[in-house]
Design a protein around this ligand. Structure first.
Ligand code: KG4
Ligand code: ZN
Length: 351
């Protein structure tokens, strides 16, 4: 009975704009819920577990799952409260089903299924990475495909051609580590806490780019990335200095690493802009919060006369508002409806 009602209601939403979505995200170490209307965010609650995982130097999957279980109910209730709506005002429940930590995803997926069933509304499944890209629809209400996206997260580094709301083409990707992963690993070598990206950015402010770390695939005719060479080079630099008993200026290391890591991305974005002729480029993923990357992308925008868009800081890292924005576009295209047997997936293809 539920499935028929949900299918019917789902169809009814396609031609509407002003309905409310309750969105849930639990793929890694943030439990998040949001109420969205189209591209507007009525509320966004993020219960971060960063402080819990910090002492282990990274996310411990089992601990993440347990904390999602204890946080999810309050997070969802708080999102409804802050939006000043009741469950009966909600027209669809959206949830991240992958990619991410399986146990963590399962908490959000199970909770979303139960809510959708209890509220008798359609359940929408959202790909986490597509969610990151969709944060830009909240940032710029006039953004529409086609456009170029630099995806820079903990799990991905890619140049994506967003052809349609549910149609993306990966035209360049990392052959080894993701850029966020490189930030995290280099931070660890520098003795900085998890998550490393923001810590490197902070430390880099006090440094100068005095060290010439390699840029993967620099000057090569490819839109692909490689971050393992850069990462290894920083690690070797630190080890060699330690062996010689030399004092290292960590701020300079952070600044030099950040310059190389960002340089590869902007270089590839420039090549991709020339190749595709697209006039808008957006940045998505946790690394999009990096100020140096934003500034360098602004320069690329000016040089090529293209529009550069990136989400506000709160919407760059994991949050449920981006999941709601993505679900809204999927619904418009008649896509994304899941039945109650929806499963979480640790890996989901971006395309
Ligand atoms: O996009 P995200 O949630 O990861 C995936 O979905 O895969 O982003 C997390 C990543 C981490 O690697 C974190 O270190 C990085 O984004 N990050 C940053 C900054 N803030 C977060 N990297 C560089 N600079 C930042 N300010
Ligand atoms: Zn993420």
């Amino acid at each position: 009975m539920y499935e028929e009602i949900a299918a019917k209601k789902f169809k009814g939403l396609q031609s509407k704009d002003d309905y409310l979505i309750l969105a849930i995200e639990s793929s890694c170490d943030e439990t998040s819920a949001a109420v969205t209307r189209g591209r507007d965010v009525l509320s966004l609650v993020i219960a971060s577990q960063i402080e819990i995982h910090k002492r282990f130097g990274g996310v411990v999957p089992e601990i993440a799952s347990r904390n999602h279980v204890s946080a999810i109910r309050n997070t969802v209730d708080e999102a409804l409260k802050q939006a000043n709506v009741s469950p009966s005002d909600i027209s669809a429940v959206a949830v991240t089903y992958g990619a991410g930590l399986l146990g963590a995803l399962l908490v959000g997926v199970s909770y979303a299924k139960a809510l959708a069933y209890a509220m008798n509304v359609p359940l929408i499944k959202v790909n986490h990475v597509r969610g990151h890209i969709s944060a830009n629809y909240i940032a710029d209400k006039s953004l529409e495909p086609p456009y170029l996206c630099l995806l820079a997260s903990g799990g991905h580094t890619a140049i994506v051609e967003v052809v349609g709301y549910d149609d993306v083409k990966v035209i360049g990707t990392t052959q080894d580590d993701a850029v966020g992963e490189a930030f995290d690993k280099v931070a660890r070598v520098l003795g900085l806490p998890y998550p490393g990206g923001p810590e490197i950015e902070k430390l880099a402010k006090d440094g100068k780019p005095t060290i010439d770390f390699p840029k993967g695939f620099h000057n090569k005719n490819t839109l692909d990335f490689s971050y393992s060479g850069l990462k290894t080079s920083v690690i070797n630099y630190m080890h060699t200095a330690a062996q010689k008993g030399e004092e290292v200026n960590k701020a300079d290391v952070a600044c030099s690493f950040q310059k190389s890591a960002v340089g590869v991305m902007t270089e590839n974005v420039e090549k991709a802009l020339l190749k595709t002729g697209l006039k808008t480029v957006v940045i998505a993923g946790g690394v999009a919060s990096n100020k140096h990357l934003r500034e360098e992308m602004e320069k690329v925008g000016k040089k090529h006369g293209v529009n550069v868009i990136y989400p506000p800081l709160k919407l760059c890292t994991d949050n449920a508002a981006m999941i709601g924005a993505c679900a809204y576009n999927l619904i418009k295209e008649g896509k994304g409806r899941a039945s109650l047997d929806l499963d979480a997936s640790a890996s989901v293809s971006l395309e």
